[in-house]
Design a binder for this molecule. Structure first.
Ligand SMILES: [Zn+2]
Ligand SMILES: [Zn+2]
Length: 167
């Protein structure tokens, strides 16, 4: 699942299933408190069609952080919801349902009680990208940048099976 589809399909069934795997974890862990940032991403093996380099590509993030990618070199950067503060609250406020099952009660509380103005997905995406800032290579971290070969920066890469699930 790419970030694009994750953002577009926040309330789809597949997102619910993804989050459901961690539903029995302690609530505080799920929300990334106690200094732990839970991740729901996965890695795939990839091969560059231009230079033949073999590497791994990280996909996704979770309900505690977003994974952004540099639009020039493809390097990833995680931005925790904690770091977004009110921006994330305003986004939850604007959703019609919970962000995911694991945090549904928390999310409903925010929708019903948080004294913040809701924002659209576009506004939220721009805000997340502003928090992530720029990569040291001069590129900009975005939610929709494609993965790149770390060696030659080509986007012509072939992705294989998902190899590692991490949390
Ligand atoms: Zn390459
Ligand atoms: Zn970069």
């Amino acid at each position: 699942m790419t970030w694009h589809t994750l953002l577009v399909n926040l309330n789809t069934r597949s997102d619910y299933i993804d989050c459901g795997y961690l539903a029995d974890l302690p609530y505080t862990r799920i929300l990334g408190r106690e200094g732990t940032v839970s991740t729901m991403g996965h890695q795939v093996k990839a091969k560059c069609r231009d230079c033949g380099n073999i590497f791994t590509v990280d996909h996704g993030g979770g309900f505690a952080f977003h994974l952004l990618r540099c639009d020039m070199c493809g390097k990833t950067k995680a931005v925790g919801f904690d770091a977004l503060g009110e921006l994330h609250l305003r986004y939850l406020k604007g959703l019609s349902g919970p962000y995911c099952v694991a945090s549904s009660e928390h999310d409903r509380n925010i929708r019903e009680h948080a004294p913040v103005e809701p924002i659209s997905e576009d506004e939220y995406s721009r805000g997340v990208e502003a928090v992530a800032g720029n990569c040291i290579c001069g590129g900009k971290y975005t939610l929709h940048a494609p993965p790149r070969c770390p060696k030659c920066r080509s986007t012509r890469i072939e992705e294989g099976e998902s190899t590692v699930c991490y949390d």
